[in-house]
Design a protein around this ligand. Structure first.
Ligand SMILES: Nc1ncnc2c1ncn2[C@@H]1O[C@H](COP(=O)(O)OP(=O)(O)OP(=O)(O)O)[C@@H](O)[C@H]1O
Ligand SMILES: [Mg+2]
Length: 310
């Protein structure tokens, strides 16, 4: 079954209780999210801050439980009644790369020890196999062998992200959630890490969920792109289609936020206002307006980062 997706997400919902002066409200971080990822494919997940991207990624690798819906990984339902056992069965086939390589490395741990940590936890490697594997991983991500003895602060941001990637690959995962893996890096470093991720995908047959708000980066890595808005996926399409003929007004607005070199390009008017409150409403896939005057209903948060309206 070559074409069977290795990741199947159906009607995925996640709520968080949020305390405030008036009591506790329910925040709908994900409302009916659906997507598939095939072997060797990269699904780019884009959307502005707070749209639910990280929440989806964390559920996929089993870091937090879903509230409802199904996540099926390699044929194992990690959201069913025996979720723990199912997750344990696929755990080593999944990995997660976070945005901030500074925060995800222990500053007091030598690089060799950090990369070997998953091998040491697995506990099935002899000393020699462990050290050989660390050397192999360093080579795979383009770092010199003598990095083993050094500490994270001795490396640049891009090199640190290489260390994080080496550690993520230690146990030979097949599916990696990359959550804004280059957002903390400057543009030239971004390109290097993106190229590394593409090269690793080629060599190791990896599948990625690649989370980002930067459409230029997503374009470089993705096979297909899912656009997320206020906890729902409003459009999923092959990347060429999203860029050439975005169907949803929010996709159009996101694309319009990307700087363009062409001075003749006329921007769509920016939609004013705030994202609908995730506390007050529950958006469902397909319930979002698909065109016409919907821009008014689909108010983009401006300025970014405003808190919810209670
Ligand atoms: N543990 C939590 N408790 C309460 N609310 C949470 C929790 N985790 C996430 N949220 C909320 O869920 C919503 C989605 O958050 P999430 O981090 O998934 O967004 P995101 O799309 O990754 O944003 P960003 O681009 O800023 O990383 C946000 O409103 C966030 O505040
Ligand atoms: Mg996030």
């Amino acid at each position: 079954m070559v074409d069977q997706p290795i990741v199947q997400v159906r009607d995925l919902c996640k709520t968080f209780p949020v305390k405030h002066a008036g009591g506790v409200s329910t925040l709908h971080a994900l409302s009916g999210v659906n997507f598939d990822i095939k072997r060797g494919e990269t699904l780019g997940l884009v959307g502005e801050s707070g749209s639910g991207k990280t929440t989806a990624g964390r559920i996929l690798v089993g870091l937090i439980p879903a509230t409802s819906g199904t996540v099926n990984l390699f044929g194992h339902n990690i959201t069913g009644v025996d979720a723990k056992a199912q997750l344990a069965a696929v755990r080593s086939r999944l990995q997660f790369v976070f945005q901030d390589p500074y925060a995800s490395l222990n500053p007091r741990m030598r690089v060799g020890t950090a990369i070997a940590e998953p091998l040491d936890i697995a506990g099935t490697y002899s000393r020699k196999d462990r050290n050989d594997r660390v050397a192999e991983l360093l080579e795979l991500v383009g770092l010199p062998r003598n990095s083993i003895e050094r500490y994270p602060h001795e490396f640049s941001g891009g090199q640190r992200q290489r260390i994080v990637i080496a550690r993520a690959l230690a146990l030979n995962p097949e599916f990696v959630v990359c959550d804004e893996p280059v957002s903390a890096l400057d543009v030239s470093m971004q390109a290097q890490i993106v190229n590394l991720l593409l090269d690793l995908q080629d060599r190791l047959g990896l599948s990625y969920l690649f989370i980002a708000h930067d459409l230029a980066v997503v374009r470089a890595v993705s096979t297909r792109i899912a656009v997320m808005y206020a906890g729902a996926i409003v459009e999923t399409a092959p990347k060429t289609q999203i860029y050439s003929s975005p169907q949803h007004p929010y996709s159009k607005a996101l694309l319009d936020a990307v700087p363009r070199a062409d001075p003749a390009y006329v921007r769509a008017p920016v939609v004013a206002g705030e994202v609908p409150s995730l506390l007050a409403m529950r958006l469902r896939h397909g319930a979002m307006p698909a065109g016409g005057n919907s821009a008014e209903m689909l108010r983009l948060r401006s300025p970014r980062g405003l808190p919810f309206v209670w």
